[in-house]
Every structure is written in C-alpha cells, then in structure tokens.
Design a protein around this ligand. Sequence first.
Ligand code: NAP
Length: 514
Amino acid sequence: MNELLANYIAGRWQHGTGAGIALIDPVLGNELVRADSAGLNLDEGFRFAREQGAAALRALTYAERAAMLSACVAVLNKHRDRYYEIATANSGTTKADSAIDIDGGIYTLGYYAKLGESLGARRFMRDGDAARLGKDPLFQSQHVMVPTRGVALFINAFNFPSWGLWEKAAPALLSGVPVIVKPATATAWLTQQMVKDVVDAGILPPGAISIVCGSSAGLLDALTPFDVFSFTGSADTAHTLRNHPAIALRSTRANIEADSINSALLLSSDDAALDLFAKEVAREMTVKSGQKCTAIRRAFVPAELYDRAAQAISARLAKTTVGNPRNEQVRMGALVNRAQLVNVRDGLAQLAAHTQVLHDGANTPFIDADPAIACCIGPTLLGATSPEHADAADIIHNTEVFGPVATLIPYRTVEHAYSLIRKGQGSLVASVYGSDHAAIAQAAIELADSHGRVHAISPDVAAIHTGHGNVMPHSLHGGPGRAGGGEELGGARALSFYHRRSAIQASTAALDQL
Ligand code: NAP
C-alpha cells in the first residue's frame, strides 16, 4: 500500500487509524498516497493550538510574525521543484497551471510578510481615529482590533492545494492566530508536503500550524466562539456547514467562498476590445482546465457581435492541446479526478437543452494520454441565443460546470447585459472589455454591488493587466450571494477577520497610552 499521509496536530505527526482514501494521478490512473484522519484526538489538537500556538503567536509583534512568514517563503522556495512534481502527478496540471497554485501561494505569503513589516512592533491595531463622546474632548472612543483568542480552521477546495492554504494562512498567522487546515482529500498531498516542510524548518512556534488530511468529521464540532472558520468549496457543502451548531448557535465567525457563475462583458465593437475579450475568455476556460472558482462561465457580447466573438474564441480554443502535462506540447492537462470528469459531462448535458455548441471539445485528441484512463476533456464553448427563456435562465445562469466550459450570450442593450449578469445572483468577479474609459467605469460601478471584484480592461492596459481570474492579494477575493458572501485578501482588510474589534471609551490621556 502507498504512503499514508501523516497528520500534524497537537504538535506531533500522527497517522489516522484507518486504511485511508487513495489520491490518484488523474492522467495515468495510478494511486499515489493515501489520506486518513480517523482516530485523531481533535479536541486535544484544537486545545494545543489555542493554548500553545495562539499564546506564542500573540506574544510576537506583527513585524516579528512577518519575519516568520518571510522565513516560510524561503523554505517553500527551496522545495518548489518537489511541489511541481506533486502537482503534476496529483492535480494533472501543466507547469504553467501548477505555477498559479504554487507560486501564487508563495507570492501571497510573501505579500503578507511585507505588509506585516509595515505594521511594525505592535500587537494590536487602531481602527480609525478616536471620536469625542461629548463636548468635552477629554472622554473619547477609540476602536481597536486585537487578535481573536482562538484558532482558524480552514476547510479547502481541491483546485488550489497551495494557494488555498497560504492565502488564508498568511493573514491568520500575521494576525497572531494559529491555523488548522483540512485540504480537500483529492489533492491533499501538496498541502501536506508544504506544511511538513514549514514544520520541519522549525520556523513557527509549536501549535501555530496543523494539518488534518482526510475526512472533516469532528472538525466543526471542535470550534468554539472565538475560533474562526473559513470554508472554500461548493455551494452544497457550504449550505450544510452554515447550519452546523458551531456557526448557527455558537456564533463562530465563518467566511464562505462558494461557487460562482462569473461573467465577462464586451462593451464595444472595435477589434482591440474584441480581441482582448476573446483572448481572456479562451484563457479562463483552459487555465487549470477551467477548475478555477473565478473562471469565466458566461461571456456577454452585443448581439451583432455574437458570430464574430464565437469565431474568435473558438479559433483560440482550437489551438489548445490537451493531454498528459508531462508532455511539453500539452497546454491543458486533466481534471482532478473521474468524479469531476463525470460532473463536467453532467453539467454539459444539463446545458445542452438550452444552448448550441459553438466549439466542441468532446472529440479533442489527447496527447500522451489514454482516453479510457485520463480525466482529460477538451474545451467546449456553448452559445445561448435566448437566455431569457425561463428554463434556460435557470440553467445557464445557475449551473457551474467546473471545467473548460463557458457559454456565449448575446445582449441587446448594456442594461439588458447587466440584468442577465445579475441572474448569477452574486459572483466573485466580472470582467469588462471596451475602449471607452467612461463606459468601462460606468459598467464597473453597475456591477460592483454583485461582484467582489470587477476587472475592467481597455487596450491601454492590454499588456499589463493581471487577468480576469488571477486573484491578487491586494484586491478583495470573495463575492456576495451565491459566491458565499465571504471576503478574503484585499491587503490589510484580510486581517480584520482574524481580529476582534472593540471600542475603548476612556480619557484622552488613557487612549494616548494605547
Ligand atoms: P466540496 O466538495 O464542497 O469540498 C470542499 C471541502 O469541503 C473539501 O475539503 C471537502 O473534503 C470538504 N467537505 C465536503 N463535505 C463536507 C462536509 N459535509 N463537512 C465538512 N467538510 C466537507 O468542493 P470541491 O469539489 O473540493 O471544490 C470545488 C468547488 O469549490 C467549486 O464549486 C468551486 O467553485 C469552489 N471553489 C470556490 C472558491 C472560492 O474562492 N470562492 C475557490 C475554489 C473553489 P473532502 O475533499 O475530504 O470531501
């Protein structure tokens, strides 16, 4: 039997007592390692993190914690080659796609290390300015933010085993809050290896980081009111977890990042804007085989540009080579496992009744991959010429096919486009393409209430923009409504989730001592 991944909890490496769940190479079909969390004493692990890890982290200043994050960056960079090997084998991703996860995660950690330096030798933060409570300026109110005295539990999705860990762990650790991560089982290996390297390097105090691989059973039961919980995954699982007593009754603070039917909107008919739009839609469909929470699922174009846009996107998709990511000719690797392949095929079947196929990925030949084994699938562009039909609206605007699939949708007026986009009921990101800066700005503000991020692109930033689906730590990640209502990243904003806010009402002289 293959290696059973060890869990790190209560300051020691521990194996589950069961046989474990196999992690599979989605291209070659062989078993890689196994994950198991059966029999772990979670209460002991949470207590250890709360008592030892949290106390040690809170004793440090932001600048000292930032220095630890920098040291973690150095360790992770040293082991990058190993992470790429694991990602290729376990996630079936090409080198470029693995980089988004691995280097994206390390970059985000480095970003928070720099941000922490700027917070200096403090252990709490002022939140805004003091406010007089009456005529006399001697008695005032000052809001402060102090680290919550608990643990941060992360339950993560399979598509970002590295970035998903570090984008949450960086602001938590910087805030002085220990981390317990449960990666999605399908790709837990990379997360486990990264945590192992950081633990082995002895940078973080005991209890600052823990990992549980395998089932989530019992994790939420261990949460108390001052812990925080951050979930990334499907809307269905999110729904179940929101109703857990820890969140519903004990008010443990929860951040939910769920699925999202993100949009791209073409505003103008000039070639430059159309080209930018088509390039980004095709890129978003194929990067990580479309397994990105931020990926464009619906692409909106003025009705008169529908055919041109369909051709431009399809031409790019036709050049996408699919197969074994170890072969350098391959641009798009596999889906993460057979269950996801089945899900994508089911999603396509659901959309089929309401759409036409503009570019068919079903017959894409695979390079170096056996179609009977490999979880590969070519990119498919669908078209929906009457998306307002009641059934079609439900399906197209509500079905997240978590793979290389998007639907092109024509609109009559820009107001019509906004109303169709809003049928997604809240998304992580919308991108807007045009050449008129005023029109772009207006669209961005129109879409801001229903999107955590609006990526507005004109030809002047063609060569430098960061990409629709690329989550930069400087900007908010999360979205209202269907996207889960969560907020992550966004620079220093991310720290507030791991702090408690309190208003100190005191004499000005006492407030000066803070
Ligand atoms: P998932 O099936 O919901 O699983 C997510 C995590 O929840 C996994 O760690 C899973 O563990 C765990 N889990 C499943 N059922 C649970 C339960 N009843 N109690 C506690 N934990 C439970 O999602 P996924 O298939 O891994 O990820 C794909 C989805 O995530 C997509 O819908 C995508 O849009 C979304 N996503 C969103 C974001 C974002 O930032 N908004 C980012 C990435 C992905 P096991 O793996 O052990 O089952």
